[in-house]
Structure formats: structure tokens, C-alpha cells
Design a protein. Structure first.
Length: 403
């Protein structure tokens, strides 16, 4: 398909492969600076906005959505969380982010972030093509890369760009364009997964609850006043068909139970899925005139709520770098992207791995492993230094906390 005739040829400074939040936010930032982009995605808009994903935003990310003119809906429909609760040993321990580091996080689903960004691109006249196929990214080692694709109506098109951004998610095609002998992939597979549910029920708590117990890990999250998102640790090969509602609620209740009598508000389970996860980073994040951003370059376990935040930080850095490159600095400007992005990526990898290992019990854990983990949890919640460390990491090292 790469050499087949095309129906149209369009030239833009930047072509973006991937119309998730990272790709759309990059296009939005560049558009505000007067740089035209074309964004492509094999998924339809409906597919993206109905796929349930993470729901916690760092304070800086929440501010960026408002201050860059994407939308202020997060201020009206989102929920500010000034802390979180860690439960273990049958007791609750609150980590007060606001008191410890002066910042909060926001409960605002990734689907809403996507809708806000897609609406902003429509509002601002940005070009986004959903539901395309047969994508070919060509000539990335030259200063005239091309992207070819087939539109939903069957017509074939070519984009000629100065730079191509691969923001095409955890199954990225773009990252595979970097030759195998020139790339390094770091990763870790975890021996457990999350069983996730969406339930029609009232809120059980005002903020997220992370629970570690002899029965296993659970995370109690929220979506709306009447719809809640919850997870519990399970085997990666677990079948959803083996879990009727009664068994799900019995498992969740056992994992959050404590001497304070805390119980979850129950209701019909409308969605359920087993979510595998891993840690992954690919270097380099740039190859010629192509750069990677978001899940195309890295993924983290969901425990620390870093995935979406990290992707949006990538494109914040990348937008500035691309503007400098297009403004006359050329290739030299692109050299600044990877070091700046990787510093935060590896910080986030460390935190996500640490929190995952802290709260989960791996298969075959010895009695020593289990008791040592309780000692570490006690160190975290029982000392100001421990609580502050968790708060700084979870809120994403916000600018105000670093001043």
C-alpha cells in the first residue's frame, strides 16, 4: 500500500499518528501557536470515548486543560480530591495531599478528557481523521517524512510533514519503525492483574481507597454519584464468566473490611473485565524526524495513576521542542526532548512500580514477605516523611510543590 497511488496529497508541519488525549493535546498546543497539524487514528471517535480508562489527573494537568483553553468542564463536573485513604491491618490511614504538599488531584475520567480535547479540535478547526486504516509512515530518517492512509470511504491519502509524532498507544506501530538493533526496550510483567467493575451504586467514600489485606488488594474509585469503578487483585488468566455479582461483592467487601466497620455500597455490576498490566519504556523516543509520545513510548501499572498524566506531560514538553525546531533551531531542538521527558518517565516508573509492589501480594509470598510489607506500609503512613513522599509522587511533583 505504501507505493500505491493516492487521491490527495496534503502538506503540514506536523502529522500526528494517534488521536487519543496525547495526540489531541499536542495538536491543540501547536494549534494555539499557529502550527497546523493533521491527526489520524484507526479507531472511531465513538470507540475512543466509550473505552473506560484512568480517572485521576494531577493538579498541573487539570490546570493545563483550563488554562490552555481546552475546557473548564473539569471545574464543574470533576471532583477535587485533597487526599487518599490507605487501608491495611483493618484500619484506615488518610494521606492528606493538600496539607502535605499543597496540591490535590482531580477525579475526571480519561473519556471526558478525550471528549473535551476532541470538541476543542472541532471548535478550533483542527483536522482529525478517525476510523482510518492501512497507515504507512515513510521516510522518517529524512527531513520529509510522509504518512499514507486509507480513509473510511476507501480513498487513499498522503500527508507530507516536517515531523511525525507517534502517539499511537501501547500497541504502537510507530515505535516499531525504529530499527531493532538501535532500540532498547525495558519492561516488567506483573504476576497479577486487576478485576475491574463498573457498578450502579452510590459512593462508598469521598476519595479513592487503596486497600491491602490478607485477602488481597482492592481499589475503590468513583465515577459519578451513582456509578462507581472498583478493582481487586486477581490472577491474569481469571475468567470474568466465573464471577457473578455476589462473588464480586463478597470479594471486595472482604478486602476493605476493618475494625471501623467500613462497607461498600453495593449495586448491579454493569461492566467487568480483567486488566493485565506491565511496566515498559522504549528508548530512543526519537528516530530521525519521528518522535514518540505517551503510551507509544512507555506504559506504567495503573496503581499510581500516572499513565495519562505522563502522556500529557510528554506532549507539553514536545510542543515546546517542536515549536523551537520549526522556528529555526531544527534538529538541535529535538535533541532536548528525550532527556527532559525521560527524567519524569523513569520517576513515574519507579513510583508506579513501588506502589504496585507495596499494595499487592505476589503469588507465593512467604510469611516474611507479608509481614515485611506491613512494616513498609506502617513506615509510609506512620511518618511525615513517608506520607510526604507518597503525596509528592501521587500529585505528580506539581510546580507549586517544587517552589
Amino acid at each position: 500500500m505504501a507505493d500505491a497511488p493516492v487521491d490527495t496529497v496534503t502538506s503540514v508541519p506536523v502529522a500526528v499518528v494517534g488521536a487519543g488525549p496525547a495526540g489531541l493535546m499536542l495538536a491543540h498546543r501547536l494549534g494555539r501557536a499557529g502550527v497546523e497539524t493533521i491527526v489520524l487514528d484507526t479507531r472511531t471517535r465513538h470507540e475512543i470515548e466509550t473505552t473506560q480508562r484512568a480517572g485521576i489527573l494531577e493538579a498541573d494537568v487539570a490546570r493545563d486543560l483550563v488554562e490552555t483553553g481546552v475546557s473548564d468542564r473539569i471545574l464543574r463536573e470533576g471532583h477535587e480530591h485533597e487526599g487518599t485513604e490507605i487501608r491495611f491491618g483493618g484500619r484506615a490511614h488518610r494521606i492528606h495531599f493538600k496539607a502535605l504538599v499543597g496540591e490535590s488531584v482531580w477525579l475526571y475520567p480519561q473519556t471526558d478528557v478525550f471528549v473535551d480535547l476532541a470538541d476543542a479540535r472541532d471548535r478550533d478547526g483542527g483536522t482529525v481523521h478517525f476510523g482510518i486504516r492501512d497507515t504507512d509512515v515513510l521516510d522518517v530518517t529524512t527531513d520529509a517524512p510522509r504518512v499514507r492512509y486509507t480513509a473510511a470511504d476507501g480513498s487513499r491519502h498522503e500527508i507530507r510533514a516536517r515531523y511525525v509524532v507517534g502517539a499511537d498507544g501501547s500497541r504502537s506501530m510507530c515505535r516499531n519503525l525504529i530499527p531493532e538493533e538501535r532500540r532498547v526496550r525495558y519492561g516488567k510483567e506483573y504476576p497479577f492483574a486487576w478485576f475491574g467493575i463498573m457498578a450502579e451504586a452510590p459512593r462508598s467514600a469521598p476519595e479513592l481507597v487503596y486497600a491491602h489485606s490478607d485477602h488481597g488488594f482492592a481499589l475503590i474509585s468513583q465515577r459519578t454519584e451513582t456509578v462507581q469503578r472498583m478493582y481487586f487483585q486477581c490472577d491474569p488468566d481469571e475468567s470474568v464468566d466465573a464471577w457473578p455479582d455476589d462473588r464480586i461483592w463478597e470479594t471486595l467487601q472482604a478486602r476493605v473490611a476493618g475494625e471501623d466497620g467500613f462497607r461498600l455500597a453495593e449495586g448491579p455490576v454493569r461492566e467487568k473485565a480483567v486488566l493485565r498490566f506491565r511496566s515498559f519504556v522504549q528508548e530512543p523516543m526519537r528516530w530521525g524526524s519521528m518522535v514518540l509520545a505517551g503510551d507509544a513510548a512507555h506504559t506504567v501499572p495503573p496503581t499510581g495513576a500516572r499513565g495519562l498524566n505522563l502522556a500529557l506531560h510528554d506532549v507539553k514538553v514536545l510542543a515546546g521542542v517542536l515549536l523551537r525546531a520549526l522556528g529555526g533551531e531544527g534538529e538541535a531542538a529535538l535533541d532536548a526532548y528525550q532527556p527532559q521527558a525521560l527524567q519524569r518517565i523513569w520517576r513515574a516508573q519507579n513510583f508506579s512500580h513501588w506502589l504496585t509492589e507495596l499494595l499487592h501480594t505476589p503469588p507465593g509470598a512467604s510469611p516474611f514477605d507479608r509481614r515485611r510489607r506491613l512494616g513498609e506500609l506502617d513506615n509510609v503512613v506512620g511518618t511525615r516523611a513517608g506520607r510526604t513522599y507518597l503525596a509528592e509522587q501521587y500529585t505528580g511533583w506539581p510546580v507549586s510543590a517544587r517552589r
